[in-house]
Ligand binder design. Sequence first.
Ligand SMILES: *[C@@H]1O[C@H](CO)[C@@H](O)[C@H](O)[C@H]1NC(C)=O
Ligand SMILES: *[C@@H]1O[C@H](CO)[C@@H](O)[C@H](O)[C@H]1NC(C)=O
Ligand SMILES: *[C@@H]1O[C@H](CO)[C@@H](O)[C@H](O)[C@H]1NC(C)=O
Ligand SMILES: *[C@@H]1O[C@H](CO)[C@@H](O)[C@H](O)[C@H]1NC(C)=O
Length: 377
Amino acid sequence: MFSWAKSALSAVAGTEEPIYGPEAIQPVGKNAGDPSFTELTKEDLKWQALNYTNVETQTFYVNADSGHTGIFQVIYNNIFGARTTVQFNTKIFYPNNEKPFLWSSDPLSNHGFDEGHFSFHADGVSIQLNEDGSAYTVKAAVNNSSLVNVTFTRTAPGFQAGKTGTSNYGTNPKEPWGSMHHHFWPRCKAEGSVITREGEIKIDGQGMFSHALQGMKPHHAAARWNFVNFQSPSYSAILMEFKTPPSYGSTTVCVSGIATDGKLLIAGINGGAKHTETKQDTDNDWPEPTSASYHWEGKTDDGKEVTAELAGSLGTKYDRVDVMAEVPGFIKTIVASAAGTKPYIYQFASKLTIKVKAGDEIKEEEGVLFTEATFIS
Ligand SMILES: *[C@@H]1O[C@H](CO)[C@@H](O)[C@H](O)[C@H]1NC(C)=O
Ligand SMILES: *[C@@H]1O[C@H](CO)[C@@H](O)[C@H](O)[C@H]1NC(C)=O
Ligand SMILES: *[C@@H]1O[C@H](CO)[C@@H](O)[C@H](O)[C@H]1NC(C)=O
Ligand SMILES: *[C@@H]1O[C@H](CO)[C@@H](O)[C@H](O)[C@H]1NC(C)=O
């Protein structure tokens, strides 16, 4: 989810921010009168394509029936309003991580949008939203290592937390100097395939879609992130949590939701992630999680209390992304020395059982968890 950081960090000369305090962030869903979430309409799915420094991403996650876990992503990065770079990434983990994952990351040229800004295209890539706003088709032929043709069809409503899905940064809420927006389709059916140099991988299975807009330098916006995409036959449980740097009071912001077929069970800003067991990563001193627990809570439309827990070993680490290794050396030095920034992303995909309590009813179900733990500063 956070590979935007790779391109975004290359746009920064990382000065440290002063301590503004927790008042300088207005977390999503905490404005007076905010609903816990808002269901998305087609209008909400538009690309913003802002003309000042920002990173906008569309990311498609899949847990395929074949056991593959995949990510397809477009990163649209505007640098100082002067230059826009666009990148398409494909990452596919093989079942049980039995062999090295497939990774292609290719810069795109001649990018553009349809008139309504619902669909994206570039040479060799298109991400098309259908007429009724219920399905995206992702096609990519920019890299012969991964020819992508996958359709994600929403099987439950999409949502954003609160009214707007946006957290704002700044001492004057009327004139924020930064922002972070996310919206999701927590539950999708994925259909299609990726053709690699070794053959075709069937991508049919369960999908999830996330659209993020970050109008802020990533290491100023967040010091830590947790991201969860859990898919089981009856449930799709997602959670995104970040903690700001001390400049914004080390404030924790959470967006979470659980969908079932055809509906959102709960969604909003409750819940959270905990690393219950960790080990020191000797390369960077980060406490790499080995076990974790994730928590959801909320109320259904008809007022029923819902809580859900997902906990256990994260299993084999699928990847550790050294974000700075992918940006030029001189920027790395500036960012690291000025801001104590050393971003690493730990990725896991494991089988776990979710326990969902809705009113008096408790249901347990095994599914596949894809999770990222990101440490920035
Ligand atoms: C950016 O977009 C806004 C709104 O569309 C416009 O008013 C402004 O002139 C644009 N700025 C630049 C530098 O293109
Ligand atoms: C395609 O992806 C591979 C990694 O899978 C990378 O080495 C290569 O540079 C990419 N681009 C092209 C045009 O093959
Ligand atoms: C991909 O393969 C096709 C057909 O073999 C070839 O024409 C094309 O040049 C290749 N593209 C890249 C980017 O390597
Ligand atoms: C993509 O998949 C669809 C549905 O399976 C198929 O009809 C279409 O021909 C495929 N397109 C390409 C370019 O492979």
